[in-house]
Design a protein around this ligand. Structure first.
Ligand SMILES: *[C@@H]1O[C@H](CO)[C@@H](O)[C@H](O)[C@H]1NC(C)=O
Ligand SMILES: *[C@@H]1O[C@H](CO)[C@@H](O)[C@H](O)[C@H]1NC(C)=O
Ligand SMILES: *[C@@H]1O[C@H](CO)[C@@H](O)[C@H](O)[C@H]1NC(C)=O
Length: 195
C-alpha cells in the first residue's frame, strides 16, 4: 500500500465514523422527541368532565301559589356524565351532588363509587327529589313561579384517581357546576348548562 492509498483509506474511515456519529445523534434526538410527545400526550392527566347531560325527565312537580305560598316539590331523573379523556381508567369515589335553589340546598343525590373507562364516558341516571321547604326567603321563588321558569343549580366535587397506562396513578378531582331550567306548567326541562 502506498502512502497515498493509506491516507485515502484513513480519510474514508474517518468519514464513515462521522456519518455513524451523525446517525446516532439524529436517532437520540428522535428518541427524545418521541419521549416528550409521549409524556405530553399520553402521560398528561386531563381533568375528567363531570356534568348533567341532556335528557332530564321530570317525574313529578307540584307548586304552591306564586303569591300566597311560593313553594315546590319536584322529583326528576338526571343523566350524569363523567367523561374521561385519559389513557387509562378514572376510578372515582362515591360523590354527593348538591342541588340548590338561590344558593340554598334543596336536595341531594349520591353517585356510587365506580370507574369511567379509558377514553370513555360513564353514564348513569340518578333520581333526585327537591323541595322548597329549606328556603326562608321565597321572594325570588315567587317571581320565578310567576314567570313560569324554575331554576335549580347542582354542585359537586368528585375525587378519584387516573391510572395512566395502568401503571401511573394520579389523584384527580373534578367539579360539577350546572344550571337547570324547568318549565313549571309543562312540567319539563327547558335547558341544562354546565360549566
Ligand atoms: C311539598 O311536600 C311537603 C311535604 O310532603 C308538603 O307539606 C307540601 O305541601 C308540598 N308542597 C307542594 C307545593 O306540593
Ligand atoms: C354539599 O353539601 C354538603 C353539606 O350538605 C357540603 O358539606 C358539601 O361541601 C357540599 N358540596 C359542594 C360541592 O358544594
Ligand atoms: C359555578 O358557576 C357559577 C356561575 O358562573 C359561579 O359563580 C360559581 O362560583 C361556580 N361554583 C363552583 C363551585 O365552581
Amino acid at each position: 500500500m502506498s502512502d497515498h492509498e493509506s491516507l485515502r483509506s484513513h480519510d474514508e474511515k474517518k468519514k464513515r465514523r462521522m456519518k455513524w456519529a451523525a446517525y446516532i445523534a439524529a436517532f437520540a434526538v428522535f428518541q427524545v422527541i418521541v419521549i416528550l410527545v409521549f409524556v405530553m400526550v399520553v402521560m398528561k392527566v386531563r381533568t375528567p368532565k363531570f356534568r348533567i347531560g341532556d335528557g332530564v325527565v321530570v317525574q313529578s312537580l307540584t307548586t304552591g301559589d306564586a303569591s300566597s305560598s311560593p313553594s315546590f316539590n319536584m322529583s326528576f331523573s338526571a343523566p350524569i356524565r363523567i367523561k374521561n379523556n385519559n389513557f387509562g381508567p378514572y376510578k372515582y369515589d362515591a360523590t354527593l351532588v348538591n342541588f340548590t335553589y338561590g344558593g340554598i340546598q334543596v336536595g341531594q343525590a349520591t353517585i356510587p363509587k365506580s370507574t369511567a373507562n379509558f377514553m370513555g364516558t360513564k353514564k348513569l341516571d340518578v333520581t333526585v327529589s327537591v323541595s322548597s321547604a329549606p328556603l326562608t326567603d321565597t321572594s325570588g321563588l315567587s317571581r320565578e313561579l310567576n314567570s313560569g321558569i324554575l331554576t335549580l343549580s347542582s354542585q359537586a366535587r368528585m375525587n378519584g384517581k387516573s391510572e395512566i397506562m395502568l401503571i401511573f396513578k394520579k389523584k384527580k378531582a373534578t367539579n360539577m357546576n350546572c344550571t337547570m331550567e324547568f318549565e313549571v306548567q309543562a312540567k319539563k326541562i327547558k335547558s341544562v348548562e354546565c360549566k
